[in-house]
Ligand binder design. Structure first.
Ligand code: PEP
Length: 251
């Protein structure tokens, strides 16, 4: 049985006092949870605060990006080992906003995925198609290419050390959620595809769904057999919403 994971992606939101309240409310609201794994991926400057406020709780923390390089003259970049020093468990790689706004291609994302694993982090690898790609019938080709950048270079076994997040670009921050059936179909495809080279990894890897998940739709998504939780953007900034989503994953 795969555990369910609910990971918040705060994106570029937050401030010290708002974060303190949000994290305190999430910790308090999560006290009765037993099964679901929980995490928040916060902006770099707040990793120390997340570590101070979440250490000893059931909520893990992580970052939203990292450098593919271990160290060196890379102004403005943050390495995997720096994230480890701040107690991160997770780091998001290949979020569609980074691919679209910062030109990250699948090879760069694959290198970041490997750098995260090498440092002992659990990368959350985001894949997903745009609306135009879905309408052109290219969803499977797109996610295969994005996953293939990791598996062709490093082998399918490497996916076992991380988490995959299927995030259709048309559903991120738009209020349009994929139906449970649409999401399940892609999750099943991803698992089958991994299974064609590594059955063990396919069986055990967590595949999260992301894209306008909220308290009102989380349960029906999480009931699908290949959906192992969610990557949550906007709703992770509202403690009551985020905790409700975690509860839906705790059943
Ligand atoms: C995300 O940023 O990964 C995301 C899924 O955002 P939202 O939940 O706001 O659609």
């Amino acid at each position: 049985m795969r555990a369910k994971l609910v990971a918040g992606n705060w994106k570029m939101h937050g401030g010290l006092s708002d974060n303190a309240k949000l994290l305190a409310d999430v910790v308090a609201g999560s006290s009765g949870l037993a099964r679901a794994q929980q995490a928040v991926c916060v902006p770099f400057p707040y990793l120390g605060q997340a570590s101070d406020l979440l250490d000893g709780t059931r909520i893990a923390w992580g970052a939203q990006n990292l450098s593919q390089h271990a160290k060196g003259a890379y102004t403005g970049e943050v390495s995997a080992s720096m994230l480890r020093e701040f107690g991160c468990t997770y780091v998001i790689v290949g979020h569609s906003e980074r691919r679209a706004l910062y030109g990250e291609d699948s090879d760069t994302v694959a290198a970041k995925y490997k750098a995260a694993l090498d440092a002992g982090l659990r990368p959350i690898l985001c894949v997903g198609e745009t609306l135009a790609q879905r309408e052109a019938g290219e969803t499977e080709r797109v996610v295969d290419e994005q996953l293939g950048a990791v598996t062709k270079r490093f082998g399918a076994g490497l996916l076992g050390g991380g988490v995959i997040a299927y995030e259709p670009v048309w559903a991120i921050g738009t209020g349009k959620t994929a139906t449970p059936e649409q999401a399940q179909a892609v999750h099943a495809h991803i698992r089958k595809r991994i299974g064609s080279t590594d059955a063990g990894v396919a069986k055990n890897v967590q595949i999260l769904y992301g894209g306008s998940v909220k308290a009102a739709n989380a349960a029906e998504l999480f009931e699908m057999p290949d959906i192992d939780g969610g990557l949550i953007g906007g709703a992770s900034l509202i403690a009551a919403e985020f905790v409700s989503i975690c509860r839906a994953a705790d059943r």
